[in-house]
Design a protein around this ligand. Structure first.
Ligand code: ZN
Length: 271
């Protein structure tokens, strides 16, 4: 697998076509093959749910369809032994934001209640806050979790690009610490179970969700050094969602970005 070749310690996969509502079930043969692969190299696996899902939708039909699709993905993940299923909280549309957050909580609670034995953990991802998108602050994510009965079974995925675009500046060490203190206070310590590492094309507070290669965007290397050098995240999967393909010298972007992160991990940013 590509992750193996790159020497990755975690991997993010899709368990269905994320731009469609329906996908055929995963065959028993594929389940067995995937589980065999994981047994050989037990690394944390993360899945990203369909982008069509809106667990906050005001429209009843879309709300129901979203909950069904999310439950289907959760069961697929569980079948494969995937540890985390990342989902964007949703979009409020015309609803007041607080009401929309309650809808997400109700949808997740319903799914977790019905599937009590599922061991895959849903992770609500922080978002850039474009349009009426929910999840632009730890406070909003806490607004979902605090409404839930089964909130303990839900974690958070922190996306560096989204956090920065939503207004969290963590380029300085003190800012980074303040951001995490806020997360701990509002979400509870240990709630962040996964990181998405992406630099940002847009500035801090721009609310633009455009990923850039590590160190080449507005966050820059110091922000990433703060994250990857933090011992709190040892064992926590960190996923690159930067553009794939190759750079001008023909090197795979994933290898280039990983090399930058590994250097920052070892040496930090040289002054
Ligand atoms: Zn992300």
């Amino acid at each position: 697998m590509e992750a193996e070749r790159l020497g990755c310690d975690s991997v993010q996969i899709f368990v269905k076509n994320q731009r469609r509502w329906q996908s055929p079930p995963i065959s028993d043969l594929d389940v067995a093959a995937f589980r065999r692969l994981l047994a050989q190299r037990p690394i944390p696996t993360v899945t990203h749910a369909s982008y069509l899902i809106n667990l906050a939708a005001a429209d009843e039909a879309l709300y129901r369809k979203s909950a069904e699709a999310f439950a289907d993905e959760l069961l697929r993940c569980d079948q494969l032994g995937v540890r985390y299923l990342v989902v964007h909280p949703g979009a409020a549309g015309e609803q007041p934001r607080a009401a929309a957050l309650k809808r997400i909580a109700a949808a997740l609670d319903g799914i977790l209640r019905e599937h009590a034995c599922v061991s895959t953990m849903p992770l609500l991802e922080t978002t850039a806050g474009q349009g009426t998108t929910l999840g632009r602050s730890f406070e909003e994510l806490a607004g979902v979790l605090s409404e839930m009965e089964h909130g303990k079974r839900v974690g958070v995925c922190a996306d560096t690009c989204h956090l920065f675009a939503a207004g969290y500046d963590f380029r300085e060490k003190a800012q980074y610490e303040a951001m995490l203190n806020e997360a701990d206070r509002l979400l509870g310590a240990g709630r962040i179970r996964c990181w998405h590492l992406n630099d940002s094309v847009g500035g801090c507070g721009s609310r633009r969700d455009r990923h850039e290669h590590i160190g080449q965007g507005q966050i820059g290397r110091s922000g990433f050094a703060n994250v990857v050098r933090d011992p709190r995240w040892s064992g926590v999967p960190m996923i690159l969602e930067t553009e794939k393909g190759t750079d001008e010298r023909g090197r795979k972007w994933d290898s280039v970005n990983l090399a930058v992160l590994r250097r920052l991990m070892q040496r930090g940013v040289r002054q």
